[in-house]
Design a protein. Structure first.
Length: 154
């Protein structure tokens, strides 16, 4: 595996003249389509679209919770949030300037990025998405994300 370097750290500033912060592109480009969900579960197109939306929303919520926890474990008291038009950037505030990072911090950032990208790949795989849809019965015509969230929090 190639060593992670300071030059590999991407920055997000949110606009001209704003300070940049270390960031990771977390946009999802490969999520099962409504057609694939419809084929797998034999449901209507509308139900498949809803099931996909529910699955994406749930995985997104769990991903962000885990990302914040991992950032605190690796970097201490930092702020982690999504930014960009689609919320596709994970931004970390509260770290020193990247130019001053030592090898330990650079290595921790590389580990952080690799773990998050692996988590995204796992969460958005067909098997994982289909398992979530099946377990939560989201491919049923009367499925509801709200009902599932209430049940999960009880």
């Amino acid at each position: 595996m190639r060593r992670f370097t300071k030059a590999d750290v991407e920055m997000y500033s949110g606009g001209y003249g704003r300070a940049g912060h270390p960031a990771i592109n977390v946009k999802v480009h490969d999520f099962p389509s409504a057609d694939e969900i419809e084929d797998r579960f034999g449901c209507s197109e509308a139900t498949a679209m809803k099931a996909g939306e529910y699955a994406f929303a749930m995985e997104q919520e769990v991903f962000w919770e885990g990302a914040k926890e991992l950032a605190r474990e690796l970097f201490g008291n930092v702020k982690v949030y999504s930014a960009g038009r689609s919320g596709g950037w994970l931004v970390v505030e509260g770290l020193p300037d990247v130019g001053s990072w030592d090898a330990i911090t650079v290595s921790a950032w590389g580990r952080f990025e690799r773990q998050l990208k692996a988590d995204i790949a796992s969460r958005t795989s067909k098997d994982s998405v289909f398992d979530g849809i099946e377990a939560n019965e989201w491919a049923m015509d009367d499925a509801s994300l709200t009902a599932m969230l209430v049940a999960a929090s009880a």
